[in-house]
Design a protein around this ligand. Structure first.
Ligand code: BV8
Length: 254
């Protein structure tokens, strides 16, 4: 752990990539962990445009279930430490695959200010945003919708009456190119830490290798081994909610 702490200096360019594991301690089920399955559906089969086209009600029931679950969750120590690092380290970038919004909530809690547009690079969108399924002209590209329940299932576009869809990136859909280039630029760094991801979903998992090729000191924080474990410089085996506060304490002690 000292090998990491000694590199987390104020001048260092530090990039952190997170996955579902960083929210596990908050009670949000991961995708591949126990409890990740819903009604015996594999997430990859529900999180697709095809699945939505086939049965929008079923897909919305899944997202409504996840929203109701996430709404009851609070950011944990891992989220709070990372929010704190965005103030401590001038060259800090936080990239997440998570759509739960807990990183953003941690900014409000740790820094008593809302997360700004560049504080969290969201690769896969947000479960608290929606879009018109037809992308009708009257509707904005996406808008926030934090309703606990929808008056009707599946919910409708207030502009054209057709369906709305979750504001997330589904499997088989391309990520926003601006977001991808922001994340790729952040792999030009001194320290790249991957936290709580199984490193199997692309292009997100590719940023770890990209950072390594760019000469960054790469670190993985995960209780289990992943395809990235053998290529990172340092693998810290354990929960993010335990290891990140430990690292933070050691930084403060320096
Ligand atoms: C695309 C939003 C262009 C929706 C998500 C290259 C190779 C192979 C396949 C592909 C490839 N390129 C593209 C693909 C296809 C596909 C893909 O990667 N498939 C995988 C399954 C093989 N990628 C795409 O489709 C992407 N689009 O590439 O477009 C294109 C299009 C067509 C064809 C080619 C190219 C879009 C991907 C985004 C999909 N949307 N989410 C929603 O949330 O509903 S992905 C979703 O799943 C999450 O956002 C996240 O990214 C992923 C889940 O992964 P993790 O977050 O890592 O979670 P997981 O449960 O797997 O692991 C948790 C980890 O935490 C575990 O390791 C566990 O040990 C650890 N852990 C547990 N507790 C803790 C902990 N760690 C720390 N602390 C703890 N306490």
């Amino acid at each position: 752990m000292q090998a990491l702490v000694s590199r987390l200096t104020p001048s260092a360019r530090i990039t952190v990539l997170t996955g579902a594991g960083v929210s596990a301690a908050s009670g949000v089920p991961t995708f591949r962990g126990a409890g990740g399955l819903w009604k015996n559906f594999r997430p990859e089969t529900l999180a697709t445009a095809e699945a939505f086209g086939r049965d929008p009600r079923l897909v919305w029931e899944w997202y409504a279930w996840r929203r109701s679950l996430i709404a009851a969750c609070e950011p944990n120590e891992a989220h709070l430490v990372l929010a704190g690092w965005s103030r401590r380290f001038p060259h800090f970038t936080l990239i997440t695959q998570n759509v739960d919004g807990l990183h953003e909530s941690a900014f409000a809690k740790a820094l008593s200010r809302p997360a700004g547009p560049t504080d969290v690079i969201r690769l896969h969108g947000s479960i608290w945003e929606v879009r018109c399924w037809q992308d009708c002209d009257a509707s904005p590209k996406w808008w926030r919708d934090e309703r606990a329940t929808f008056p009707e299932m599946p919910p409708r576009c207030p502009h054209c009456g057709d369906l709305i869809r979750p504001g997330v990136v589904w499997f088989g859909e391309s990520l926003d190119p601006d977001v991808v280039s922001q994340a790729a630029a952040a792999t030009e760094c001194d320290v790249f830490i991957t936290v709580g991801t199984s490193a199997v979903v692309y292009p997100a998992a590719g940023f770890i290798e990209q950072a390594r090729r760019n000469g960054a000191f790469t670190v993985e924080i995960n209780p289990e081994a992943t395809p990235a474990t053998r290529s990172v410089d340092l693998a810290l085996q354990g929960g993010a909610e335990t290891i990140l506060p430990q690292v933070d304490k050691l930084i403060m002690a320096v």
